[in-house]
Design a protein around this ligand. Structure first.
Ligand code: PDD
Length: 287
């Protein structure tokens, strides 16, 4: 079935949707994005994604082309027409197409931003087999730019990181800077020691995950200890449990780091509990 996608105010069959070759997203990676998951036909953590989108745009001096209310409508309409039960909605906003290539930002009065949304159907998204077996990760050097808190479409190095993981026969890579884990290629990273969850503090060096914020809140409510600080890759190898969070993976156990099995090599109990709580609570709050 051909998807219906959204481009600059229009709903179109995916084959008819077009963006200019001069679009700054294409030429300069001058754009931001969000990924919102859909469970049971409803949007998970939608308000958080819109708030972060507005922040990303404002950090890059880009105008917000649509109101949060209109964005919600577009998300819902795409979920409806594409009959998405479980899956994702991808949204991208770029600085538009000024009609030529130039490093200088175009005047927003004459170059409107480009906005694109599409859905991805992922039946059984919350029942991933990886949640039962756990993921294996390798560590790689973090050579990304210094504003990882802005969710830009510059995803070449994260893609290279996924490929390094794939070639190593594992599921993902964790970025390491000065011996400390920053985050995963497309997720936030956590280790667990006893009843304590340790995850890097917020700053410019990681994306402020929307799932992270919700998971840490639920963890504290469930009387788990949370410590927001940088941890080393060696600490990770000695952890009892580890996991990652993201809009598409929710809470996903990690059972091996650089070939070293964590605990008994199976997904940890605290991680499993947190995944259960997150899925239950976020389904309840879904819109
Ligand atoms: N990635 N860190 C990075 C580098 C990410 O790309 C993501 C999300 C996260 C988790 O953020 P959130 O919980 O808000 O999804 C952390 C999305 C899912 C992606 O690129 O597909």
């Amino acid at each position: 079935m051909s998807r219906t996608v959204y481009v600059n105010g229009e709903y179109l069959p995916e084959g008819e949707a077009k963006v200019s070759i001069f679009d700054r997203g294409f030429l300069m990676a001058d754009g931001v994005y969000e990924v919102t998951s859909v469970l049971g036909g409803k949007l998970i953590d939608f308000a958080g994604h819109v708030t972060r989108l507005e922040r990303s745009l404002s950090e890059l001096d880009m105008a917000t082309p649509v109101t949060p209310e209109a964005l919600l409508e577009i998300h819902r309409e795409l979920v409806r027409v594409n009959e998405i039960e479980d899956g994702l909605v991808y949204l991208q906003i770029t600085r538009g197409a000024p009609g030529d290539r130039d490093f200088v930002f175009p005047d927003p009065a004459t170059t409107p931003s480009t906005i694109v949304l599409f859905t991805q159907s992922k039946p059984g998204l919350a029942d991933s087999p990886l949640a039962k077996t756990g993921m294996r990760v390798i560590s790689i050097e973090d050579v990304r730019w210094g504003r990882r808190d802005i969710k830009t479409v510059q995803l070449l190095y994260p893609s290279m990181g996924k490929m390094m993981a794939k070639r190593a026969g594992v599921d993902d890579a964790w970025f390491v800077e000065d011996g400390h884990v920053t985050e995963g290629t497309s997720n936030n990273a956590y280790i667990v020691k006893g009843n304590r969850i340790i995850t890097r503090h917020l700053g410019n060096d990681i994306l402020h995950g929307i799932t992270r914020a919700a998971v840490l809140r639920f963890a504290r409510e469930a009387q788990m200890e949370v410590e927001e600080r940088a941890f080393t890759i060696d600490e990770a190898k000695g952890a009892d449990e580890a996991f990652i969070t993201s809009a598409s993976a929710f809470v996903m156990p990690v059972v091996e780091v650089d070939g070293v099995a964590l605990g008994d090599g199976k997904p940890g109990k605290l991680t499993a509990r947190l995944r259960e709580i997150y899925l239950e609570e976020s389904r309840k709050a879904a819109v």
